[in-house]
Write a protein that binds this ligand. Structure first.
Ligand code: NAD
Length: 477
């Protein structure tokens, strides 16, 4: 179903994110018939280009990053014809009157700020000075949304000078993943899980986002943030919220975000001995984190594992283990809900510990599995075995292989005016309120991250974090 007719302006339309994600994603939506023929995408950036030059650039970007679909040259040409370009200076006057002339005010107007956050204020102000944005316009902003509570508040205040919260779409692309939405469908669309989704039946919950790549060319940028700011404060905390939140009374943006906010506010402060920070070491010719970062004295973490709890009736006493890092042994994003032991086995001789485990995978493949205990087939008597009930979507949803990338889904949600999968300003601030004291603690103590081997599971202490409590990570261990 096509969305409403729109003009989407991408500030930073020549940048890395636009070329790798936003534009190839929009092309896929075009191919699926979701983008109306009359809609337009207007690249707006500093480079001195015209429409033809921009179209060539986007054609190349889609050829490089667009996958199989990019081979569809006829459709690609038709999509490219819907692109325009204007050279604008976020900090000056150049290009803004031209942009005003280009916009069709009768269509949905969205402005994607795919530029450094230091430019958000300049863009927001000029969109108003030049009467380009109005009360119905939407703005999309990219992470990082601040580097601490103060800077996040400043950014929120800057945007709030010109836009109402209902117009602001803060992207966290983890929320655009099919599995994340499915998590909500599974939790709130079935009677099976919800009665067990609490401290009576859940032993613990793990959230892992492991990468095999290092910080590479982004080293200098990454060194100013680290895993806590780059991954935990946003992506991991958002996943934690969706796993832990109460059922909203209705699936709408504010109801969902109210519930997520309550989870963040109920997060316990993390004890220093419940946090493990790491930096990857040199491995042969492969540079160490510090070499990648170009900072021999860096104390920034490329790995973090932590244990926290949520102080409310549902979750009191249930540990949530969060872990993310670079140059680890596998690329995997996974949420694992480990249910409690039965307490008593009626099967004589059954020594094994059987546990129901729900695994929700976000990367590399999206899917869900529920481990259940059954009788081992055959004549061997009542021997028990754990097997996965597989809910991998590509197989389950036969025929519909149109898996939508997170960015494209979220951009279409912007056009539809659906904020459910976007972070609200108060959520972002609450998340910083929780992370700030942790980071400040490291800074005050001069905490030095532990070195870990590339291709490992991170520092051994991260394994100990669970071993000490008689548990172990479900994977990457
Ligand atoms: P980039 O450096 O590749 O591109 C920056 C863009 O901003 C260019 O198009 C440039 O022309 C434009 N620009 C810079 N100064 C300008 C000015 N004064 N006036 C007008 N335009 C100006 O950056 P990027 O990697 O595409 O990232 C853009 C934003 O998205 C950043 O906030 C970044 O943190 C965020 N982000 C990027 C990624 C990624 O994978 N690249 C992922 C998540 C978030």
């Amino acid at each position: 179903i096509p969305v409403e007719d729109f003009d989407l302006v991408i500030f930073g339309g020549t940048g890395d994110l636009a070329r790798r994600k936003i534009l190839p994603g929009l092309f896929r939506r075009y191919l699926s018939g979701q983008m109306p023929d009359t809609s337009r995408i207007i690249g707006a950036a500093r480079s001195d280009l015209d429409d033809a030059g921009y179209r060539d650039m986007v054609r190349e970007a889609i050829a490089e990053f667009g996958g199989e679909e990019a081979k569809n040259t006829q459709e690609l040409s038709a999509f490219i014809a819907q692109l325009h370009y204007v050279t604008v200076d976020a900090k000056g006057d150049g290009g803004w009157s031209e942009l005003h002339e280009m916009i069709r005010f009768e269509a949905v107007n969205a402005f994607y700020f795919s530029v450094a956050p230091s430019l958000f204020g300049d863009l927001a102000e000029r969109l108003h000075t030049y009467k380009i944005a109005d009360k119905d316009s939407r703005v999309v902003v990219e992470k990082p949304f601040g580097r601490d509570l103060d800077t996040a508040r400043e950014l929120n205040a800057t945007l709030a000078q010109h836009f109402d919260e209902k117009q602001i779409y803060r992207i966290d692309h983890y929320l655009g993943k099919e599995t994340v939405q499915n998590l909500m469908a599974v939790r709130f669309g079935n009677i099976l899980f919800e009665p067990l989704w609490n401290n009576h039946y859940v032993d613990h919950i793990e959230i892992t986002v492991a990468e095999t790549v290092g910080v590479g060319g982004r080293g200098a940028y990454y060194d100013k943030s680290g895993a806590m700011r780059d991954m935990v404060q946003n992506h991991l905390m958002q996943l934690l919220c969706l796993i832990a939140m109460e059922a909203p009374s209705v699936f709408d943006a504010d109801a969902v975000r109210d519930e997520k906010l309550k989870v963040i506010r109920a997060l316990q402060p993390v004890e220093p001995h419940h946090i493990v920070r790491g930096q990857y070491d040199r491995a042969g010719d492969e540079p160490s984190y510090r070499e990648d970062a170009g900072n021999e004295r860096s104390f920034t973490e490329s790995f973090i594992a932590m244990r926290t709890e949520i102080a409310n009736w549902r979750w009191a006493g249930v540990p949530f283990y969060l872990r993310t890092g670079k140059k680890l042994k596998a690329r995997a994003s996974e949420i694992v809900v480990v249910f409690k032991d039965l307490g008593h086995s009626i099967f004589p001789g059954d020594q094994e510990r059987h546990r129901n485990i729900l695994s929700i995978q976000l990367q590399p493949n999206e899917g869900m599995q529920l481990r259940v205990t059954i009788k081992e087939p055959g004549p061997g008597g009542m021997r028990l075995v754990d097997v996965p009930l597989d809910m991998t979507f590509a197989e389950a949803l036969e025929g519909d292989n149109d898996t939508v990338d997170a960015y494209e889904r979220l951009i279409m949600d912007v056009i539809r005016g659906n904020q459910t999968l976007f972070m609200r300003g108060d959520e972002v601030e609450a998340a910083w309120e929780w992370t700030d004291p942790i980071i400040q603690g490291w800074e005050a103590r001069g905490d030095v991250p532990k070195l870990y081997d590339q291709g490992s599971a991170g520092p051994d202490d991260a394994l100990l974090l669970m071993h000490r409590e008689g548990r172990r990570w479900s994977q990457i261990k």
